[in-house]
Design a protein around this ligand. Structure first.
Ligand code: URP
Ligand code: ZN
Ligand code: ZN
Ligand code: ZN
Length: 510
C-alpha cells in the first residue's frame, strides 16, 4: 500500500457494519500521532492480516477497510507486561486470574502481550512448561514465558538448554526469598548465572534476603504483631538492598547480564544505579504498585483492605515510590511491570491471624498503562516516546522480540493502542475485568484513556466493549542472545589475557 495506490471512493467508516463488511482484517488508523520509542509523527497506520503494512501520512485505501479516526490521539505499540502470574499455584492457593481473564483485563487496559512465569512445583522444567502451555491454550492475546529455577542438578542444567533451544524461553528467574519453598541459595544462583550466560539467557532475580526475612517474621510474631503491617515490618528495604547488591556482584563475577524484578526500594535502586555506573549490564524493573502506592495501607484497621496490599518485596513509604519514578525517568530503571498476581478477599483471609499466610500479590495488568500515563506523562515527568519505551519497546528488546513487538513499524505485529490524552479513567473492582473482588487502585482516577486496543490486527477493545476470542493468542518464542550479550565474550577474552602465564611454583624445601 502506498500513499496513493488505491482509489479514494468506497471507504468504510467507523460506523460501517463490521460483521459483514470488514472481515477482511484490513484496518486504517487515520490522523493520529504515531509514537515509537525513537520518534513520533502524525501519520496513518495501515494493517492487514495482523501485521502493520504501512506507516505514512495520508495513506489512501480501497474498499473493505475499516477506518478508525485517531485525530488528536496517540497511536502507540500495545503494552508488554514483563511480569505476570496467571493461574499460578502459590502459598497454598492459585491466583484468581487465569489466562483468559487476566488477558481480557490486560487488553481493556492497553496491554497486548505479557510474559508469565512458569513455576515448576515438584516437576521437571519440561513438565512445568507443558502444563503452562496447556493453561495458556485459551489465550486471547500473545504471551511468552520466563522459567523459575528452584534447585540445581544435572537435569535442571540440561533442561534449561531444552527450554532455550526448543521452547522459546530466554530468561530464568531465581528467588532469593520465600524460604522453605522456592528460595535458592548462592550456590544455585552462581550455577544458574553461569548456565544462563552459556545459553544466552537472561537471569532474573527476586532480590530479598530470605533467611533474614524468616527471622524478621519470627520476631514480629513473637512481638504479637500478626496483622498485615507485620509483613512490611518483617522485611525492611535493607534486606532488598542486600540481596540486590549480592545478585549484582555475583552477576559481575560471572560477567553476565542481570534483570532485577520488582525493584521496590531506594536501597535496591541505588545498588542498580551504582552497578550501571561502573558499566555492568543490569535491567531494573519497578512495578506499578511500587511506583504509586505507599505502605500506609498495610496499617488499615480493616483486615480485608490491608491484606490486599500484601506483596513481596513490600510496598514501602511514599519516598521510595517517588525515587523509583525518578529512576525510571532517568533510565536507571528501564521497564515497568505489574507483578499481576491476584488473590480475592477470601484467599487473602487465609492470613487473618498470621500475616505470613496472606497470599502475596496485587493486581495491575489492567491498570499499568493508565496509571503510568497519568502519573508520569501527564505530570510531565517523562515524554510520550519514553512512555512507549518503558511500557513496551525496551521489554521487547530485552527479551529479543523487537521489532516484531514493541514498535509501530512496517512488518511489526499489529498490537496497537489508541490513547486519548483528553479523556480520563476511573478504576474500580466493579468495572475491572480481573476476576478479583478487590483492586488496590480502587477509586483512582486520572487523565488519559485507552479507547481502542488492537491485538493481532483485530479491534478487541473499543467504546468500553471487549470482543475477544479464546485461543486467538499466540505463544511468542523468544530467542536467546539479546543485545545485552553483545561483546561479553570480548570482555572474557580480555580477562583471560590479563591473567598471563600460569605461575610456576617449586616445591617448598622441608
Ligand atoms: O508478592 C508477590 N510478588 N507475588 C508474586 C510472586 C513474586 O514474588 O513475584
Ligand atoms: Zn468494508
Ligand atoms: Zn518475585
Ligand atoms: Zn512476581
Amino acid at each position: 500500500v502506498s500513499s496513493d495506490a488505491y482509489p479514494t471512493q468506497g471507504f468504510c467508516s467507523v460506523d460501517s457494519n463490521l460483521e459483514s463488511d470488514c472481515l477482511s482484517g484490513k484496518i486504517l488508523i487515520k490522523g493520529g500521532t504515531v509514537v515509537n520509542a525513537h520518534h513520533k509523527e502524525v501519520a496513518d497506520v495501515y494493517i492487514e492480516d495482523g501485521v502493520i503494512v504501512h506507516v505514512s501520512p495520508n495513506i489512501r485505501v480501497g474498499d473493505h477497510v475499516r477506518i478508525v479516526d485517531a485525530t488528536g490521539k496517540y497511536v502507540m505499540p500495545g503494552g508488554i507486561d514483563p511480569h505476570t502470574h496467571l493461574e499460578m499455584e502459590f502459598m497454598g492457593t492459585v491466583t484468581i486470574d487465569d489466562f483468559p481473564s487476566g488477558q481480557a483485563a490486560a487488553l481493556a487496559g492497553g496491554t497486548t502481550m505479557h510474559i508469565d512465569f512458569v513455576n515448576p512445583i515438584n516437576v521437571n522444567l519440561s513438565a512445568a512448561f507443558a502444563s503452562y502451555m496447556n493453561k495458556a491454550k485459551k489465550s486471547v492475546m500473545d504471551y511468552g514465558f520466563h522459567m523459575v529455577i528452584t534447585k540445581w542438578d544435572e537435569e535442571v542444567s540440561r533442561e534449561m538448554e531444552v527450554m532455550v533451544k526448543e521452547n522459546g524461553i530466554n530468561s530464568f528467574k531465581f528467588f532469593m526469598a520465600y524460604k522453605g519453598s522456592v528460595m535458592i541459595n548462592d550456590e544455585v544462583l552462581i550455577n544458574g548465572l553461569e548456565r544462563c550466560k552459556s545459553l544466552g539467557a537472561l537471569a532474573m532475580v527476586h532480590a530479598e534476603n530470605g533467611d533474614a526475612v524468616a527471622e524478621g517474621q519470627k520476631k514480629m510474631i513473637s512481638l504479637g504483631i500478626t496483622g498485615p503491617e507485620g509483613h512490611a515490618l518483617s522485611r525492611p528495604s535493607v534486606l532488598e538492598g542486600e540481596a540486590t547488591a549480592r545478585a549484582i556482584r555475583l552477576a559481575n563475577f560471572v560477567n553476565t547480564p542481570l534483570y532485577v524484578v520488582h525493584v521496590m526500594s531506594i536501597d535496591a535502586m541505588e545498588e542498580i544505579a551504582k552497578a550501571k555506573k561502573s558499566g555492568q549490564r543490569i535491567i531494573g524493573e519497578p512495578v506499578v504498585s511500587g511506583l504509586v502506592l505507599d505502605e500506609s495501607w498495610l496499617w488499615n484497621s480493616d483486615f480485608t483492605t490491608a491484606a490486599k496490599y500484601v506483596m513481596s518485596p513490600p510496598i514501602r513509604k511514599a519516598e521510595h515510590g517517588k525515587a523509583l519514578q525518578d529512576a525510571l525517568a532517568s533510565g536507571v530503571l528501564q521497564i515497568v511491570g505489574t507483578d499481576h498476581c491476584t488473590f480475592n478477599s477470601t484467599q487473602k483471609s487465609f492470613g487473618m491471624d498470621d500475616f505470613r499466610k496472606i497470599p502475596n500479590g496485587v493486581n495491575g495488568i489492567e491498570e499499568r498503562m493508565h496509571i503510568i500515563w497519568d502519573s508520569m506523562v501527564e505530570s510531565g515527568k517523562i515524554s510520550v516516546t519514553d512512555y512507549v519505551r518503558i511500557t513496551s519497546t525496551e521489554c521487547a528488546k530485552v527479551f529479543n522480540i523487537y521489532p516484531r513487538k514493541g514498535a509501530i513499524l512496517e512488518g511489526s505485529d499489529a498490537d496497537i493502542i489508541i490513547l486519548n490524552p483528553n479523556s480520563s479513567f476511573r478504576i474500580s473492582s466493579i468495572s475491572h475485568h480481573s476476576r478479583s473482588d478487590t483492586n488496590v487502585y480502587e477509586g483512582r482516577t486520572g487523565k488519559g484513556k485507552v479507547e481502542v486496543t488492537i491485538s493481532g490486527g483485530r479491534i478487541v477493545w473499543e467504546d468500553g466493549n471487549l470482543k475477544v476470542t479464546q485461543g486467538s493468542g499466540k505463544y511468542i518464542k523468544m530467542p536467546p542472545f539479546s543485545y545485552l550479550f553483545d561483546g561479553l565474550d570480548k570482555v572474557d577474552a580480555q580477562y583471560l589475557a590479563s591473567l598471563g602465564a600460569p605461575v610456576r611454583r617449586t616445591a617448598a624445601a622441608s
